[in-house]
Design a protein around this ligand. Structure first.
Ligand SMILES: NC(=O)c1ccc[n+]([C@@H]2O[C@H](COP(=O)([O-])OP(=O)(O)OC[C@H]3O[C@@H](n4cnc5c(N)ncnc54)[C@H](OP(=O)(O)O)[C@@H]3O)[C@@H](O)[C@H]2O)c1
Length: 312
């Protein structure tokens, strides 16, 4: 089954399987079983992060699957308290996963947090706001990302949750253009302008929360359900196939074996089945009044995204 998963080529020539298993909010036991099941069912791409606190269990699932490391595309992400210590953070991630390289390493959020604050991951100020390190510049994080790439510890580097405004803080001094920008992308938050900008720079968009995340309202959307019924697909297949048709990487998360299996096969079936008119109709849902972001952590700085809640 793995053979017919489409691949997308990065600006550096590396290739990524266009469907990857998400691992956010998957518990230790669940994620081990989910990763093992996914790899046995043909997935060859796992999306991880130090911040998810479950990399060790992802590593166990990879080993339990029996699929060789060389056949698997592994992504992880630099957490915000580690912007000034990229190699140290990466070494922890490599040890957690039990591998000596990553296929892709991303800056998780364009927000450096105080590395000496009152919590190792979510330091807070006395007023309860996240403790941002305003003295640290993103271009210096990117320099350190370039350094670990040059050392051979990762094959590609990229960013996540970077708007055009944030990309413009690193691009002028970047030696290496990010391979990807991982963003909340789905039918209710298509970010058409930003995706166009990324493509003009040769940056591959990766769609996180492609199903609308936890307690999704996308799966029961009337237009999505109608298109699914018309083609004898599941709503989840339509949501994923739509993003694949737009040449994005999709990262559906599930810990339910039947869903893990059907998300891969269904996404590919939907890619083969959806018409140009279906894609155009789904493209228009947000503009027609359904625009909605689901992932908006309380960062106390301006990120430069459209449709982000106002700063308090
Ligand atoms: N870079 C970032 O800042 C960032 C942020 C968010 C997410 N991500 C990445 O993107 C991945 C996906 O995003 P996400 O986890 O927010 O949400 P998602 O993949 O859009 O949705 C996951 C939810 O949908 C359910 N689900 C999965 N397949 C289904 C199906 N076929 N039918 C019905 N329900 C289904 C899952 O339940 P069960 O698990 O119970 O089956 C889970 O509750 C994450 O896991 C993570 O790897 C990255």
């Amino acid at each position: 089954m793995a053979a017919n998963v489409p691949k997308i080529k990065f600006n550096n020539g590396e290739e990524i399987p266009a469907v990857g298993l998400g691992t956010w909010q998957s518990s230790a036991d669940d994620v081990k079983n989910a990763v093992e099941h996914a790899l046995k069912e043909g997935y060859r791409h796992i999306d991880c992060a130090w911040g998810y606190g479950n990399e060790q269990h992802v590593g166990e699932g990879i080993r339990a699957s029996g699929v060789p490391r060389s056949e698997i595309f592994i992504t992880s992400k630099l957490w915000s308290t580690w912007h000034s210590r990229v190699e140290e953070a990466l070494d922890q991630t490599l040890a957690n996963l039990g591998t000596d390289y990553l296929d892709l390493y991303l800056i998780h959020w364009p927000v450096p947090l105080n590395p000496k604050g009152n919590h190792p991951a979510f330091p807070l100020l006395p007023d309860g706001k996240r403790d941002v390190d305003h003295s640290w510049h993103l271009k210096d994080t990117w320099k350190q990302m370039e350094a670990v790439l040059k050392k051979g510890k990762v094959k590609s580097i990229g960013v996540s949750n970077f708007s055009k405004m944030k990309l413009e803080e690193i691009l002028p001094s970047a030696e290496i253009v990010p391979a990807v920008d991982q963003l909340e992308l789905h039918v209710y938050n298509p970010q058409h302008e930003l995706v166009k900008y990324l493509k003009s720079k040769g940056i591959t968009p990766q769609a996180y929360s492609p199903l609308g995340s936890t307690k999704s309202t996308l799966l029961t959307d009337a237009d999505v359900v109608e298109i699914a019924n018309k083609h004898n697909l599941q709503p989840a297949d339509v949501l994923l196939g739509y993003l694949l048709a737009k040449e994005m990487v999709v990262l559906p998360k599930s810990v339910t074996p039947s869903r893990i299996t059907s998300n891969l096969s269904g996404a590919i079936r939907a890619l083969e089945t959806l018409t140009k008119a279906d894609v155009e109709r789904l493209d228009g849902l947000a503009a027609a009044g359904k625009q909605n972001r689901f992932i908006t952590p309380p960062w106390p700085i301006e990120l430069g995204f459209d449709n982000w809640p106002k700063l308090l």
